[in-house]
Ligand binder design. Structure first.
Ligand SMILES: Nc1ncnc2c1ncn2[C@@H]1O[C@H](COP(=O)(O)OP(=O)(O)O)[C@@H](O)[C@H]1O
Ligand SMILES: [Mg+2]
Length: 260
């Protein structure tokens, strides 16, 4: 980030005092955390993240969403807003500064490293890990939504997979059911496990009303993905957190709050 961007609210830097490394290792063992990735952009990551937050809130815990890197912002009043970040905030029940839940709010709806370059910003892990640590300290459960697919570059030598690895969170994979999703899903699973991350579960999200051979696609994935299917979400007339949550069972996820 260039120094002369500091007065711009969308680029407001995190104070240096908050720049501490993430303390995932010191998290209380009972805290529910996960990183949501997907087979692509627009496959339902935000929808499933909000469903998770909704279900967490239903269990009575303090749940907060985080969208560390968001590309695409609109000015509403004095503040820049991103739709994903707003949807996550609405689904959770912990109010945090937007600069913490989204340390990198980029104006241009483009690949993050391109949107960042337009604003002369370099996306780095330290502010994200510091923000995550603060959010985790204020919450019983944190849901972090990735950006795009698992290997989306964030800057030179740093991508979404690196971020997930540095956060060290169990990963939930959202598979957007469409032609080609089997290959995308299996490549993503390979990339997740190659980083030593736990694939905690996956979701089959029906993007299309009547996808040809949807059952067969899901069967092929069930055979090949070494993690539980958390649910199959149909094409919803009103895609919202509560509606999606009805098709999902998160209770088997590690540290799910209802689990003793
Ligand atoms: N199961 C579904 N039924 C209906 N619409 C859906 C479904 N899943 C996703 N969508 C819609 O598709 C779009 C992309 O979903 P979103 O959750 O924003 O994807 P991502 O976060 O992966 O980019 C949104 O408009 C969302 O409401
Ligand atoms: Mg999203």
């Amino acid at each position: 980030m260039s120094p002369d961007d500091a007065s711009d609210p969308v680029l407001a830097p995190i104070p240096a005092t908050e720049l501490q490394p993430a303390q995932a290792a010191t998290d209380t063992p009972s805290r529910f955390t996960c990183f949501i990735t997907g087979t692509d952009t627009d496959v339902g990551k935000t929808l499933i993240s909000t469903a998770l937050l909704h279900a967490l809130v239903q269990t009575g815990v303090r749940a907060c969403g985080m969208k560390p890197v968001a590309a695409g912002a609109v000015l509403m009043g004095a503040d820049w807003h991103n739709d994903d970040a707003d949807r996550l905030a609405a689904a959770g029940n912990v109010v945090m500064l937007a600069t913490l839940t989204t340390p990198y709010l980029l104006k241009q709806a483009a690949a993050p490293h391109i949107a960042a370059a337009l604003e002369r910003i370099t996306i780095e892990s330290v502010p994200i890990l510091a923000a995550y640590t603060e959010i985790a300290a204020a919450s019983d459960a944190v849901v972090v939504e990735g950006v795009g697919g698992f290997r989306v570059p964030l800057s030179d030598g740093f991508d979404t997979a690196d971020l997930a690895q540095q956060l060290g969170l169990p990963v939930v994979l959202v598979v957007g059911l469409r032609l080609g999703c089997i290959n995308h899903a299996l490549l993503t699973v390979e990339a997740i496990t190659a980083r030593g991350l736990v694939l905690a579960g996956w979701v089959a999200n029906e993007l299309e009303l009547d996808m040809h051979f949807a059952d067969e696609n899901i069967a092929a994935l069930l055979m090949r993905i070494p993690a539980p299917l958390l649910g199959r979400v149909p094409r919803l007339a009103q895609p919202c957190a509560a509606a999606a949550a009805e098709y999902l069972d998160f209770s088997g996820l590690p540290n799910w709050p209802a689990n003793p």
